[in-house]
Ligand binder design. Structure first.
Ligand SMILES: Cc1ncc(COP(=O)(O)O)c(C=O)c1O
Length: 381
């Protein structure tokens, strides 16, 4: 047809590919990042309650006040930031829409945007579709440390923004206080904007705290911070999250959001507002998921997979160099089709993968039964 694609290098995401393959061959799916258990019955009944009450028409473009206010209180108790919730929070169709709309709000054609590889697969197409130019800083195994001096050297007069993700998918790295101070200096001194993807904010382990961009006042003044109710409350299919930004930035963000999705489904907004009144619903999450991480690690202790450090998210990287010399894409396929456990190859998160890395990503956000069955298969390899 001679159609000129706006994203000529983009195909179907690896998550869709691996999940479809897992289904086809009947493998246990530890690839895609969603739980195989249901969300809380109490939350489902609340959605039913508000549907029955007739809350079924368009919600306000920014979100219903009840949810904005409840989210503002959650942010204040979690991160000590007091917001004007109705002017600085926007309910989005998943964090994905928040990130896409934030990037669209910021990036003009020709702007450079710094991205840290490995990077969640949404950031790069979102930058490119807006005419931005990617500038990539790569983290490498096994430590994945960020050298902020080197990141700073990538800044040019055309640099407009930087995208970060903490806790980080796929490597399970969390930003430290020192990282965030260095990031704040970089952003403020160069007049950049920050898009901070914090969908795994409550999945931080080993007693560490989540270093949200919302904790750093000078950084927040230049930030769009994306969160996900879907990830937090095991309801990824509901497509609901929120984006937090100072009022002036939120006003610009909403111009994009309103013509992108207009607003997010109404009954889940009321349901979440009520559900948030009990903080235990999210404060219990670190222990809940850390137990799963430790369970999988113990179950694989006698296998030939070696775990890398995972301090956050529900992902764990495993080195398989004692098993195979195949690259991670081939090995992930082999794991799925031959050994019956689907995994994700981290190389797909890189613009320039390291050909020598022999690492796969497993999702431990699953029931113990699923993890035990998967581990049994993996221990036989
Ligand atoms: C790092 C990261 N950011 C954003 C998202 C998208 O979140 P949501 O489902 O709320 O759109 C995901 C989903 O897997 C993710 O892993």
């Amino acid at each position: 047809m001679g159609f000129k694609s706006k994203l000529p290098h983009t195909g179907t995401t690896i998550f869709t590919v691996m999940s479809a393959l897992a289904k086809e061959v009947g493998a246990i799916n530890l690839s895609q990042g969603y739980p195989d258990f249901d969300c809380d019955e109490a939350l489902k009944s609340l959605v039913g309650k508000y549907m029955a009450k007739g809350m079924n028409q368009y919600a306000p473009m920014r979100g219903v006040n009840e949810l904005l206010d409840a989210t503002g209180s959650k942010i204040e108790s979690s991160y000590g930031l007091s917001l004007d919730a109705r002017e600085e929070i926007t309910v989005t169709s998943g964090a994905a829409e928040g990130i896409f709309s934030a990037i669209t709000t910021i990036v003009h054609p020709g702007d450079e945007v710094l991205v840290i590889d490995p990077a969640y697969d949404l950031y790069k197409p979102a930058i490119e579709i807006n005419g931005g130019k990617l500038v990539v800083y790569s983290l490498r195994a096994p430590d994945y440390e960020i050298d902020w001096l080197q990141v700073g050297k990538l800044v040019t007069p055309r640099t407009k923004a930087i995208v970060i993700n903490t806790p980080h998918n796929p490597i399970g790295r969390i930003m430290s206080g020192e990282d965030m101070s260095a990031l704040q200096d970089l952003v403020v001194s160069n007049g950049l904007y920050l898009v901070s993807d914090e969908v795994y904010e409550h999945l931080v382990f080993d007693g560490f705290r989540h270093e949200s961009a919302l904790r750093y006042q000078r950084l927040f003044e230049r930030s769009f911070v994306a969160f996900s109710f879907g990830k937090t409350f095991h309801a990824t299919g509901w497509r609901i999250g929120y984006c937090v930004a100072p009022a002036a930035l939120t006003a610009e963000f909403r111009k994009v959001h309103q013509f992108n999705v207009f607003s997010v489904n109404t009954p889940t907004q009321y349901a979440l507002a009520e559900y948030l009144s009990d903080p235990q619903h999210y404060l219990s999450l670190p222990d809940f998921f850390q137990e799963k991480r430790d369970f999988l690690q113990e179950a694989l202790a006698d296998s030939r997979f070696t775990p890398l450090k995972s301090r956050g998210t529900y992902f764990q990287l495993y080195d398989y160099s004692q098993i195979s010399d195949k690259n991670d894409v081939e090995f992930s396929r082999e794991m799925t089709t031959r050994y019956g456990v689907a995994a994700i190859p981290p190389s797909v998160f890189y613009s320039k993968p390291d050909e020598n890395e022999r690492i796969i990503r497993l999702c431990f956000g699953k029931t113990k039964e699923t993890l035990a069955r998967a581990a049994e298969r993996l221990c036989k390899i």
